[in-house]
Write a protein that binds this ligand. Structure first.
Ligand code: URA
Length: 240
């Protein structure tokens, strides 16, 4: 028997806290009856969320690293019928993306059916490095690089210290290339960080996620992670 919120989170549907919210709001049924917070369930119990039967994890996990192209949405299904990152991966298993990249952002994106690992990788308490390369309209000044390093105010909060390098400046084209490593994952965070200093991001690519880079993957290509890589991901989110 396991706590219902753990079973829901393992399936990748939502985090444990998200599961508790659904239970509180009466959206979760166990064998047709409203679930209770902290309720324990067995393998035989049928859980439904918003009327849909929850597909429980069978513990056979798959892990893919995709080099996401532009013009693809990071979700399992898009109400506008646009192509999703799931459409790019050939598998019979129901996988979902770990975090989110914007429609026009390219680069490293992890996809898996391992809900527990997903929830840990996206939980703010775990420091997971995400390295981006941003092409900026204009010449980014050195004082602004320092501001980005120390943290800037976006949406009313200060971003955590980041590693930031000015990679290239093209005075003729009036563009700059900036590499930055952050561990937070707020919506449009990188674009907003630059916007807070008056810069527009022309192109954004994620070079690596949790140390996994996509150097050897062409746009739209993906590969399975090795056992060693999965172990490394687990070591990054281990309770200390
Ligand atoms: N920051 C952004 O602004 N967009 C992304 O897709 C990822 C990080």
């Amino acid at each position: 028997m396991e706590r219902i919120s753990k079973v829901i989170a393992s399936s990748g549907y939502v985090s444990r806290r998200g599961a508790d919210e659904l239970i509180k709001n009466g959206k979760v049924l166990v064998n047709g009856e409203k679930a209770l917070l902290g309720q324990k369930v067995s393998n035989e119990d049928i859980i439904t969320i918003n009327g849909e039967v929850l597909k429980k994890s069978d513990g056979n996990y798959v892990y893919y690293l995709l080099n996401k192209p532009r013009g693809v949405v990071t979700t399992n299904s898009d109400e506008k019928g646009r192509k999703t990152v799931i459409d790019l991966i050939s598998t019979n298993v129901r996988i979902y993306p770990v975090g989110r990249l914007d429609y026009d952002t390219t680069g490293a994106l992890l996809l898996t059916n391992d809900g527990n690992l997903t929830n840990k990788l996206i939980h703010p308490k775990n420091i997971i490095d995400k390295t981006y390369l941003a092409k900026i309209k204009g010449i980014v000044s050195i004082p602004d690089i320092y501001k980005l390093k120390k943290g800037v105010i976006i949406d009313g909060f200060k971003t955590s210290p980041a590693r930031v390098k000015l990679r290239k400046v093209d005075k003729q084209k009036d563009t700059s290339l900036v590499e930055l490593t952050i561990h937070e994952g707020h919506n449009h965070q990188v674009k907003k960080m630059f916007e807070s200093l008056g810069y527009d991001v022309m192109k954004l690519t994620r070079l690596s996620f949790a140390g996994l880079d996509v150097k050897n993957l062409k746009s739209g290509e993906y590969r399975e992670l090795s056992v060693k890589e999965v172990k490394t991901l687990y070591s990054l989110v281990k309770e200390k």
